[in-house]
Design a protein around this ligand. Structure first.
Ligand code: TEU
Ligand code: CA
Length: 570
């Protein structure tokens, strides 16, 4: 198995540069700002920094629409700034992983403008996915798109180019045309660019929607659910026919035999445990680990991510438990609650009221970090940053949210209902500025922030928490230290307890080699809950807990609301 690899006891910290630290008062975070705040990461004890995109971009999707893969967007700084950041990260013994966005480019990338302007048969035409209108339909009219696929960002997945009379495919926004990975030239250009970053000294890549790069060449229509205007193309692009071939080729061309210890993680919407085993089996030399999406899809209805439903704890346990079991012998899990696409977990799966925000944030961190896999901490998660109070649609910035709003309102949806869904699920919840201190704009910028700072920054901020030994920050620091010192976190077998219980999340980790056992108990509720422990856990050592120890652990224990505790026995 992958245990024993350097990253199997590493913790990764994700920075969304736009919202982390602004050094030049333009209201947008930048690389010099990150350099000024690296001590925060060093204090936390994280091993790897994953940097969301900083390459030149029109920022239609906040940098996930890249127009030049080998430079730095002036908004974030320069290549010199990047080299200084890399040196500072390495100087602190940490590694830096770039965000590789190669399922698509920006429509302002020269590859695309060349492909579009040269017209059919032009030199780079086949670098993207161009198709004529559906047979018998008037090009450019609704329904004439080559197939019925829905975009992730509302509307069709095809945009008509008047000049050439053809459509180009974009699974995301119309300014994010999909690259044609069937084309060897495209793959070679991507490999060359990746090697260029490795030679610059970066330590690996987080690969954006990398399991979408291989499409069914027939690009067939997807199933259209009752009443929807577009079809679901996902069976034809999620883990498509040549995906393993492409990743094995990428490994050979870019990573094989590299002298430095690298990290590759593939972001894979819709991936199953079976496929993830293939992607992360070290013998297959494809990827080290993947981000799966099952657990962040459990609290939504058939209407998609903005169709908000309550989470059932047994669903969460079944899902995460399945991923623990699925990758126990072969492959490796990534562990996350948060990233720049997910609402803040303390508001989503915890209780962000003043009474229980900190305690439930510590509980969520305990449960996640005690699983087997590599934990990812998203900026602000270590402070229990919560969802913000969006009032009107003008408070939002994210193209996914704005397109959803316009699309539904145009179809006559009730505005308050749409706004309610956005307040719960909008990616902007994760993108409010990092809360450094209680001053105006939370110390993020001396200018006007590109998106409003959460008003709770007066109490929820890094400065206050650094000074409070009982803070969420220090709890995360202790959890991360545990991963570096207690091998059972890395190697221990996972076993779920009380799987049918809707309130308590509990499991054990058994380190066969050293005979160490860990027990994790977590009360995912605002009510007391008495549990009878498995044999042999009375009077065992408390490794970490989010409430003070009152008495030694007995054969049964009454968990307080949102109490989490970890015990160890040798
Ligand atoms: O996300 C892909 C993706 O699946 C998300 O868009 C997710 O499906 C959606 O937000 C619903 O939760 C990656 C990046 O992380 C995201 O920021 C980009 O917008 C997207 O790809 C396109 O590059
Ligand atoms: Ca700035």
């Amino acid at each position: 198995s992958a245990a024993g690899s350097w990253w199997s006891n590493a913790v990764v910290y994700q920075i969304y540069p736009r919202s982390f630290a602004d050094s030049n008062a333009d209201g947008i975070g930048d690389l010099p700002g990150i350099i000024q705040r690296l001590d925060h990461l060093a204090r936390l004890g994280v091993d790897v920094l994953w940097l969301s995109p900083v390459c030149p971009s029109p920022h239609d999707d906040n940098g996930y629409d890249i127009s030049d893969y080998q430079d730095i967007d002036p908004l974030f700084g320069s290549l010199d700034d990047f080299d200084r950041l890399l040196a500072a990260v390495h100087g602190r013994g940490m590694k830096l992983v770039m965000d590789l966005v190669v399922n698509h480019t920006s429509d302002e990338h020269p590859w695309f403008t060349g492909s579009r302007d040269a017209g059919p048969g032009g030199p780079k035409r086949d670098w993207y996915i161009w198709r004529p209108a559906r047979p018998g339909m008037e090009p450019g009219t609704p329904g004439a798109e080559p197939n019925n696929w829905q975009s992730f960002f509302s509307g069709p997945s095809w945009t008509y180019d008047e000049e050439s009379g053809e459509y180009y495919l974009h699974l995301f926004s119309r300014k994010q045309p999909d690259l044609n990975w069937e084309n060897r030239e495209v793959r070679q250009a991507v490999h060359t660019m990746m090697r260029w970053w490795l030679e610059r000294g970066v330590d690996g890549f987080r690969m954006d929607v990398i399991n979408l790069i291989s499409k069914d060449p027939a690009l067939p229509d997807g199933h259209m659910a009752e009443g929807s205007r577009y079809g679901d193309g996902s069976p034809y692009y999620i883990c498509g026919p040549r995906i393993h071939e492409y990743l094995a080729e990428m490994h050979r061309e870019v990573f094989a035999g590299h002298p430095r210890r690298l990290l590759t993680v593939g972001e894979m919407p819709g991936v199953t445990t079976e496929e993830a085993k293939l992607f992360t089996d070290p013998q297959r030399r494809e990827l080290d680990m993947v981000f799966q999406f099952e657990h962040v899809g459990l609290d939504q209805g058939p209407g998609g991510k903005f169709d908000v439903r309550p989470l059932k704890l047994t669903d969460l346990k079944a899902s995460l438990g399945r991923w623990q079991t699925g990758l126990a012998e072969t492959g490796w899990n990534s562990l996350y609650w948060n990233n720049h696409d997910q609402p803040r977990v303390v508001s989503r799966f915890g209780d962000d009221s003043p009474a229980y925000r900190d305690r439930s944030a510590k509980l969520l961190a305990t449960v996640l970090h005690l699983h087997r896999g590599t934990p990812y901490v998203y900026q602000g998660e270590e402070l229990a940053m919560a969802n913000t109070a969006f009032t009107t649609i003008d408070d939002f910035r994210d193209i996914e949210s704005l397109n959803h709003y316009r699309d539904r309102i145009a179809l006559g949806a009730d505005e308050e209902k749409i706004l309610a869904g956005l307040r719960h699920r909008s990616r902007d919840n994760a993108r409010t500025p990092m809360q450094w201190d209680a001053t105006e704009h939370a110390g993020f910028t001396a200018g006007t922030p590109w998106i409003a700072v959460n008003p709770d920054h007066t109490t929820v901020n890094a400065k206050a928490q650094l000074a409070d030994p009982d803070s969420v920050f220090h709890y995360y620091r202790r959890l991360i230290a545990l991963r570096h010192t207690e091998p059972a976190l890395t190697d221990g077998d996972f076993r779920m307890l009380y799987p049918e219980d809707e309130q308590v999340y509990a499991f054990t980790r058994h380190d066969r080699g050293r005979g160490t056992d860990l027990l994790v108990l977590a009360n995912f509720s605002g009510d007391d809950r008495t549990v009878t422990l498995p044999e042999g856990w009375a009077n065992t050592e408390t490794l970490i807990a989010n409430v003070p120890d009152t008495a030694p652990l007995a054969d049964s224990h009454t968990l307080q609301p949102w109490e989490a505790r970890v015990h160890r026995r040798r």
